[in-house]
Ligand binder design. Structure first.
Ligand SMILES: [Zn+2]
Length: 543
């Protein structure tokens, strides 16, 4: 049964005052005998120890491509080794390397230039361009100045921006577009307006798109980190915007002067003004390989036949890393899920009874950069995708949902001590969902289903797209989401351990059950995110 609706909850506190405190404790039942011993080998102290290391200053927020990520990957690999799990990765390691590059801007060869017909030149060096560039670029074209207003309102959670009136009629073919957004100080409106400009210019084949602002820009152009474009199609798809550059201050005034425009044009009603200038954008980058790997291990199944089928238990190892001097510890995102994978791995490894099917434990990289590591894993899967009976993803399992920057107005952590979101389990395979519900009779969570909007926001999505049944375990967003304040001291460890035990229980069922969850034909047909015709897992009724 889903958790008590908010409206009803209002009346609960008075009720609670009447009931002895113990009534709030979740009703749980012991795990079945065959798996109980393994579960008992992990306690809260171990979880605190593992998460403490993952979210430590030493691991510097585990940014993919950064030294801190390599340390975290070695830490998890050592854990798998200590448990005696099989290493089937690159060169017999626990790693599947993901092509990842760190790009440095070559400032000497990077600049923007505007040239008039009398060879008058306005040259803006890399040091006076803010933003980032992830690929080399060389483009030129006539200059087109766009002056736009931000959208009236910023739609919550929408993935598209409201269109900018008149932009669809603008011809930007081969132009160097300079977009000036009249925003003042409203940062979210600025971000949405820039998004709206890029969205509106999509398909118009502009030679380059630059942004301009009234104030001088604070810092120079940064290189990027990311899956190296050359050998990683997932990265190619992810990087639709190779250059994100802004200039301002005197450089904008110089451009207007060279283009014969007064500053009033910026406040005027004209959307697009061609300038009698030729624009050139040169970006030179050096790309170095950077540490990026999925960390995975296998507990082989005990049955000669069924061991060729796998239950996948996953999390993402990476977080936002170190940015400037700021470390984003990522205790909940996803230090908690990786602690969960380490816990489930130990439970299976220490449990005397070995399931018939194999269990694959994996901590992905590049999740924060667009689910890059899991896309690479699913596209270059070390086992047949059809052999995966289910992917169980733990991402943010260590907190109690509360009001946050993305919404959930009115949600209080103290009301969610026992709540857990089960996301995506009803999307493809009702049998997997039923199994999760049955196991919850033992785990005793208040399961919630109101965060399906998060379906596409963690690594399971790359498996679902291929037609693998998935279940995503998520305790909800909170005020520290993607902030440096997402630290170990705020983790609800008892809950984290309960989620890990719950996932262990479900994985054990999947790894020992005679049959495997099938894909529902109607659900697959109506699932828009699918990639490919037939699902990797068997479809119900498809004999
Ligand atoms: Zn996450």
């Amino acid at each position: 049964m889903p958790s008590i609706p908010l409206a009803l909850r209002a009346s609960v506190p008075t009720l609670l005052l009447l009931l002895p405190l113990t009534a709030q404790a979740p009703t749980t039942q012991p795990l079945p005998e065959d798996r109980r011993a393994g579960a008992a080998t992990v306690d809260v102290d171990l979880c605190k120890q593992w998460l403490g290391a993952l979210a430590s200053q030493e691991f510097e927020g585990r940014g993919t491509g950064q030294p801190g990520f390599q340390k975290a990957a070695d830490f998890v690999a050592a854990h798998f080794r200590d448990l005696g799990l099989e290493a089937r990765g690159d060169g017999g390691s626990y790693f599947q390397r993901v092509p990842w590059g760190r790009t440095q801007i070559d400032a000497d060869k990077t600049f923007v230039e505007f040239r008039d017909r009398r060879d008058g030149v306005v040259r803006i060096p890399a040091a006076r361009l803010a933003g980032s560039a992830s690929v080399a670029m060389s483009a030129s074209g006539d200059v087109l100045l766009l002056c736009v207003d931000p959208p009236a309102s910023v739609p919550e959670g929408r993935s598209t921006a409201p269109a900018i009136p008149g932009l669809d009629a603008v011809d930007a073919e081969g132009k160097v577009v300079v977009a000036y957004v009249r925003t003042g100080d409203d940062k979210s409106a600025l971000a949405m307006a820039r998004f709206a400009v890029l969205q509106g210019l999509q398909g118009k084949n502009a030679a380059a798109v630059l942004f301009a602002q009234s104030d001088a820009v604070p810092e120079g152009l940064r290189g990027g980190r990311g899956a190296s474009r050359r050998s990683n199609p997932a990265a190619a798809a992810a990087r639709r915007q190779p250059l994100d550059a802004t200039f301002g201050g005197d450089d904008l005034q110089a451009l207007l002067r060279a283009g014969g425009q007064s500053p009033a044009v910026l406040a005027g009603s004209v959307l697009a003004t061609p300038l009698p200038l030729r624009g050139t954008v040169e970006v030179a980058i050096d790309e170095q390989a950077a540490p990026a790997m999925n960390v995975w291990a296998v507990l082989p199944g005990s049955d000669a036949k069924l061991r060729d089928e796998y239950v996948v238990v996953g999390s993402h190892l990476d977080h936002l890393g170190k940015r400037g001097e700021t470390i984003f510890a990522g205790a909940d995102d996803d230090g908690s899920g990786t602690t969960g994978v380490m816990a489930v791995a130990r439970m299976f490894a220490k449990n005397p009874v070995k399931p018939e099917r194999s269990v694959l434990f994996v901590c992905f990289c590049g999740e924060e950069s667009g689910l890059i590591g899991s896309a690479f894993f699913a596209d270059n899967c070390p086992i047949p995708l059809s052999s995966i009976v289910g992917e169980l993803q733990m991402d943010m399992i260590g907190r109690d949902e509360e009001e946050n920057a993305e919404g959930n107005q009115g949600e209080k952590a103290e009301d969610n001590r026992n709540s857990l979101h089960l996301v995506g389990s009803q999307k493809l395979s009702p049998a997997l969902h039923e199994l999760c519900l049955a196991a919850n009779a033992r785990a005793g969570f208040d399961l919630e289903y109101d965060e399906e909007r998060m379906f596409g926001r963690s690594d399971h999505a790359n498996f679902a797209q291929k037609g693998v049944p998935i279940a995503f375990f998520f305790t909800g967003l909170h005020r520290d989401y993607h902030r440096p304040s997402d630290t170990p001291d705020k983790i609800h460890y008892e809950k984290l351990l309960r989620v890990a035990r719950y996932v262990y229980d479900i994985a054990f069922e999947l790894a020992t059950a005679p049959g495997r969850p099938e894909i529902d034909p109607d659900l697959w047909r109506s699932y828009r995110g699918k990639r490919g015709g037939d699902p990797a897992a068997p479809m119900r009724g498809a004999r």
